[in-house]
Design a protein around this ligand. Structure first.
Ligand SMILES: *[C@@H]1O[C@H](CO)[C@@H](O)[C@H](O)[C@H]1NC(C)=O
Ligand SMILES: *[C@@H]1O[C@H](CO)[C@@H](O)[C@H](O)[C@H]1NC(C)=O
Length: 246
C-alpha cells in the first residue's frame, strides 16, 4: 500500500462509517457516459436515479457481490490501488450505491471481469473518472462496505395491481440493502413480503383502500417501522415518503 493510500484511508475514516472496516481487493470498469446514460432503470428495480436521489454516484456489481439483488442499495467506498499509470494521484475514495448488475458473459474469453468468482464494480463513468484515468479501462481497486447517507425518508413506490402489490423501496440509508419487509394494511395483520426482483417487494394480499405501514429490515439487522406511511387513498404508480430513514 502506498503512503498516500494510508493517508487517504485515515482521512476518510473520520467522515465515513465503515460497516466492515476491512478493505478487500476487486477491480473496476465503467459503463455508460458522463451523463449517467445506461445507468438508469437497472437490475435493482430503481428508475430515474437522479430523481430518486442516487444521482450518478452508482455502480453495477458482479455476481460475486450482487447477491442475486439483495445487495441493491448497499454503499461501497472504493479507491484505485497500486496502478500508478491508471490511478489519479491522491484522488479521494468514491462512495457509490449499488443500483445495477454487471452480468457474466460466458461466451467471452478475455476481459471477463464480471464473471464469478471475481469481485467487480462496473462504475458510472463520472465515478470511475474521479479515481482513475478514462483510458485505463480497467483498474485494481480496494473497497469496503460503508453506511449509506441519504437525504429525506425511505421511499415506497407502489406498483402492481389490486391483487398484487409490488413495492419498490429506495433511498434507504444505513446499511442500505433491504433484506426483509413486512406490510400491514389498516385492516390486516403484518404480512411478510417476498422479494420479486432487485428491491421490489410483493404480496398477493389485497390492500387497496387501506392505509399501509411497513417494517423494513436492512442487512445489519436494523429494523424501522413506518406507521401509516401510505394514506388510505393511495394509488398505483405513486411514491410515498416514509418520513424517516436509517
Ligand atoms: C458476450 O461476449 C460476446 C463476445 O465478446 C459478445 O459478442 C456478446 O454480445 C456478449 N454478450 C452479452 C450479453 O453482452
Ligand atoms: C383480481 O382477482 C379477482 C378474483 O380472482 C379477479 O376477478 C380480478 O379480475 C383480479 N383483478 C386483477 C386486476 O387482476
Amino acid at each position: 500500500m502506498a503512503v498516500h493510500e494510508v493517508f487517504l484511508i485515515l482521512a476518510m475514516a473520520v467522515v465515513v462509517s465503515a460497516i466492515d472496516g476491512t478493505w478487500y481487493d476487486a477491480r473496476a470498469t465503467f459503463y455508460g457516459d458522463m451523463g449517467g446514460g445506461e445507468t438508469m432503470q437497472g437490475a435493482c428495480g430503481y428508475g430515474d436515479l437522479i430523481k430518486q436521489g442516487y444521482g450518478l454516484a452508482t455502480t453495477a456489481l458482479s455476481t460475486a457481490l450482487f447477491n442475486e439483488g439483495l445487495s441493491c442499495g448497499a454503499c461501497f467506498e472504493i479507491y484505485c490501488s497500486n496502478a500508478p499509470k491508471s490511478c489519479i494521484p491522491k484522488a479521494a475514495p468514491i462512495i457509490v450505491t449499488a443500483t445495477n448488475f454487471c452480468p457474466p458473459n460466458y461466451t467471452k474469453t478475455k476481459d471477463i471481469w464480471c464473471n464469478p468468482p471475481q469481485k467487480h464494480f462496473d462504475l458510472s463513468m463520472p465515478m470511475f473518472t474521479k479515481i482513475a484515468y478514462y483510458k485505463a479501462g480497467v483498474i485494481p481497486v480496494r473497497y469496503r462496505r460503508v453506511l449509506c447517507s441519504k437525504r429525506g425518508g425511505v421511499k415506497f413506490e407502489i406498483k402492481g395491481n389490486p391483487n398484487w402489490t409490488l413495492v419498490l423501496i429506495y433511498n434507504v440509508g444505513g446499511a442500505g440493502d433491504v433484506n426483509a419487509v413486512s406490510i400491514k394494511g389498516s385492516n390486516t395483520q403484518w404480512i411478510a413480503m417476498t422479494r420479486n426482483w432487485g428491491q421490489n417487494w410483493q404480496t398477493g394480499t389485497v390492500l387497496t383502500g387501506q392505509s399501509l405501514s411497513f417494517q423494513v429490515t436492512v442487512s445489519d439487522g436494523t429494523k424501522i417501522e413506518f406507521d401509516n406511511a401510505v394514506p388510505a387513498g393511495w394509488q398505483f404508480g405513486q411514491t410515498y415518503d416514509g418520513g424517516k430513514n436509517f
